[in-house]
Ligand binder design. Structure first.
Ligand SMILES: [Zn+2]
Length: 301
C-alpha cells in the first residue's frame, strides 16, 4: 500500500480540458468501440484525438498497487461524497453511453484530501458494459463513472476527478443496489418516471427526466469500502485528454441478472481496451514501432 501523501501529486495538473461526455462537440468525428472507427484507431479519426495514441497516462488501466495508489479507505477517508438522498437528473443516450446530468449541478459535492480538501461538483454520471478498469486482472460486468469538476466547464483552470464504481451480478434482484434498481426496466412501480427506466433510452438522442433519483447508496458505498484505487489518467473516450484524477472503489455494488440484461441491451459494448501502466509508452505507439522494427529487419534480410 502506498501513502495518500502522494495525492497532491496526482491533483496538480491544471489543464484546459473538454469535460467528459457532457460537452462533446456535435462536430466531433464519428467514433465507436469496435471496427475501423474503434478504440485502436481513434487517433486516425481526427488530429484532436492524437493523445489517444501518444499519451502516457491513459485510462482505463489494470488497478494494482504498482499502477496506482491503493488507499486504506476505512482509516484514511481521503475522498468524501456529499450527495443528498435524492436528486433530479436528465438521462440521455448519446450514442456511446447513457449519461445522466443533474438538474442542480452544485448539489452533489466530492471532496478530496485532508482538512476539507479540494472541492468538485458532479457534472454527470454514465455507464460502461463491461467495466473499463480491471482490478488485478479481473473485470466486472458494469462500471459507472461519476464525473466531477472543480469549476465551470469553460474555465481553463477547471480540473476533473472521476469516481468509479463496479457492479457485479447477483442471481436475483434482491441484492440489487437501490440506486440502480430504480433505473432498471424490471423495477415497475418504483420508477421515478412512468415508463421503463433506462430501457426507454435504447436509441441515440433519446432523453428522459429522472425525478427524485435516490443516490444515497453511492456515498454510503464509498464510506463502507475498504479500499480505494487512485491514479492520474485520462478520459476513456476521444479526445483521451490527460490530467484526470481517478478514484475507483475496489468492492462492487450489486445488480440483479434480469436488470443487468436490460442495461446491456441499451448500452451494448462500450469499454476502451486496457491501457499501459501510467508513465509507460502508449500501447498504440509500441505496436507501431514494433511493426516498423520488424519491417526494417525483413528488408535487411
Ligand atoms: Zn466513462
Amino acid at each position: 500500500m502506498r501513502s495518500h501523501l502522494l495525492l497532491p501529486l496526482l491533483l496538480t495538473p491544471t489543464l484546459s480540458l473538454s469535460p467528459p461526455h457532457s460537452k462533446r462537440s456535435l462536430t466531433d468525428p464519428h467514433w465507436t468501440y469496435t471496427g475501423s472507427t474503434g478504440s485502436l484507431l481513434w487517433h486516425t479519426l481526427s488530429p484532436t484525438f492524437s493523445t489517444c495514441a501518444t499519451g502516457q497516462h491513459q485510462s482505463p488501466i489494470d488497478l494494482t498497487a504498482q499502477t496506482g495508489t491503493v488507499l486504506d479507505n476505512a482509516s484514511e477517508r481521503v475522498v468524501q461524497l456529499s450527495y443528498p438522498p435524492c436528486a433530479d437528473f436528465r438521462c440521455k443516450n448519446d450514442g456511446h453511453t447513457v449519461e445522466c446530468l443533474p438538474v442542480d449541478e452544485g448539489a452533489m459535492v466530492m471532496r478530496v484530501g485532508e482538512q476539507g480538501g479540494k472541492e468538485y461538483h458532479l457534472t454527470e454520471f454514465h455507464w460502461h458494459t463491461p467495466s473499463e478498469h480491471l482490478v488485478a486482472g479481473r473485470y466486472y460486468p458494469l462500471e459507472v463513472h461519476f464525473v466531477h469538476a472543480s469549476g465551470p466547464a469553460d474555465d481553463p483552470s477547471t480540473q476533473f476527478a472521476v469516481f468509479g464504481i463496479f457492479f457485479d451480478i447477483t442471481p436475483t434482484a434482491a441484492g440489487t443496489s437501490d440506486f440502480i434498481q430504480q433505473l432498471l426496466p424490471t423495477s415497475f412501480g418504483r420508477l421515478p418516471v412512468p415508463g421503463k427506466g433506462l430501457a426507454t433510452l435504447g436509441e441515440p438522442g433519446v432523453e428522459i427526466g429522472m425525478k427524485n433519483l435516490r443516490i444515497g447508496d453511492i456515498p454510503a458505498h464509498l464510506a463502507s469500502a475498504p479500499k480505494l484505487h487512485t491514479y492520474a489518467g485520462s478520459l476513456t473516450t476521444p479526445p483521451c485528454t490527460e490530467g484526470i484524477s481517478w478514484f475507483v472503489v475496489d468492492a462492487p455494488m450489486r445488480v440483479g441478472l434480469e436488470g443487468y440484461r436490460g442495461l446491456k441491451s441499451v448500452l451494448g459494448f462500450n469499454a476502451r481496451f486496457t491501457q499501459n501502466t501510467p508513465g509507460g509508452r502508449n500501447l498504440v505507439e509500441l505496436v507501431r514501432s514494433a511493426g516498423e522494427g520488424r519491417e526494417r529487419r525483413r528488408r535487411r534480410n
